[in-house]
Design a protein around this ligand. Sequence first.
Ligand code: MN
Length: 192
Amino acid sequence: MKNFELPPLPFAQDALAPHISAQTLAFHYGKHHQAYVDNLNKLRVGTPFEEAGLEEIIRKAEGGLYNNAAQVWNHTFYWNCLSPQGGGQPTGALAEAIDRAFGSFEQFKTQFSAAAAGLFGSGWVWLVRDNKNGLAILPTPNAGNPIRDNKEPLLVIDVWEHAYYLDYQNKRADYISHFFDLLDWKAVESRF
Ligand code: MN
């Protein structure tokens, strides 16, 4: 049984400032994400998932094992949605799909921001590709992960308080606005 490991951050810990500070990343990546990895490695011992990959655990496990596996996956995916060179707007086929689904990029941004601001408590808000309906905005509470419902994640924002409290305190809307300044549309386009 090989342990899951915390993947390296795809940027320096201070590279997202001033939008997300090095201090936030020190806790969010170094403490929270690491704790989910450690808990996952402990909780799968003695379960049918000792040799399972992360996505299989997310699809099939329940309770704490599911929660920690999903949180590991969600955080790795979140880091890979962010870049010091992010911001701007999508282009090409993704931009066209966003226009078809939401009317315009601005309307997508407004709806996505409202979903992120409106999610009660802790959770994630995703842009997903749904096989039947094209693109959709999907809020998931707590450790929710779209893979479990056969939806394909394209981008995500973490709206747990630990993602923004050191930088923005109670002002989640300010964090959401700054998230768009870091959003790596090239990475999102490559998934699409
Ligand atoms: Mn988080």
